[in-house]
Design a protein around this ligand. Structure first.
Ligand SMILES: Cc1cc2nc3c(=O)[nH]c(=O)nc-3n(C[C@H](O)[C@H](O)[C@H](O)COP(=O)(O)OP(=O)(O)OC[C@H]3O[C@@H](n4cnc5c(N)ncnc54)[C@H](O)[C@@H]3O)c2cc1C
Length: 211
């Protein structure tokens, strides 16, 4: 078995120019409402977006998008895929055969946070080992990956690509990064992304400090 850390990577926008493309599209779409396209200049999107957000005219920021690749566990992705306005592609336990050479003939897991004493950590490792043994045994006796996956736990590592517009990301950050009520491991995944995006574009994504 292998233990991996949660992580994120923004796939798009990748560069400052990409971010500007999103901002400028928001401005172009938004100025259609006021027929003020004649005010567009190299820098005008900054004040325009600030104004839109301060008036809570958030439909306009739906024209900007972010795509993020996450490494996390299947418990966390079960929560993430509840956000209906996002698009998702997730590593498939139907098609990925962790008993094959491609995966090193082993299953990867994410350790829940807070298992900070040896007893609890040891028990968790043992239960992952047991489920991995059972998974590999089921494959050996002819089960398909989509049958064998039934014995894998929520802490099985997974990867998911999430695309959403700026408004939906604000919603996700409010509930899963800023709010103290989110699952601690969701917050460990989401707060670094929130802080990254907040630093890039505070006029849209500054929702305050995580509680
Ligand atoms: C702390 C916490 C605990 C939770 N506990 C549970 C739990 O115990 N059990 C459980 O099942 N879920 C639970 N959830 C998940 C929660 O119920 C939502 O499914 C999840 O947070 C997605 O939120 P959402 O529907 O607002 O987002 P999205 O689906 O992304 O929707 C975004 C927004 O669009 C609007 N919208 C979307 N669809 C509709 C619609 N059909 N009608 C009207 N407006 C719509 C709403 O304004 C919504 O807020 C929990 C979430 C949190 C943050």
């Amino acid at each position: 078995m292998k233990i991996v850390e949660q992580s994120h990577m923004i796939l798009y926008p990748c560069t400052e120019d990409d971010w500007e493309t999103e901002y400028k599209l928001i401005e172009l779409a938004g100025r259609t409402a006021y027929k003020s396209e004649n005010k567009i200049s190299a820098e005008s999107h900054i004040a325009f977006i600030k104004g839109i957000v301060s008036r809570n005219h958030l439909a306009v920021i739906e024209f900007g998008n972010i795509v993020v690749h996450f490494v996390t566990d299947r418990g966390i992705t079960h929560e993430l895929v509840r956000y209906r306005l996002c698009s998702f592609v997730q590593e498939s336990t139907r098609y990925c055969n962790y008993g094959s050479g491609k995966f090193g003939n082993e299953v990867a897991f994410v350790m829940p946070s807070g298992l900070d004493d040896l007893l609890r950590k040891g028990e968790w490792i043992q239960s992952c080992r047991d489920s991995e043994d059972q998974y590999l045994k089921l494959l050996e006796i002819g089960c398909t990956p989509q049958q064998a996956r039934a014995v894998l736990p929520n802490c099985t590592k997974t990867e998911i690509v999430v695309k959403a517009n700026f408004r939906e990301w604000r919603h996700v950050f409010e509930l899963r990064a800023v709010s103290k009520d989110a699952h601690p491991d969701m917050r460990l995944l989401m707060i670094p992304l929130y802080e990254e995006v907040r630093a890039i574009c505070p006029q849209i994504f500054d929702l305050g400090d995580p509680e």
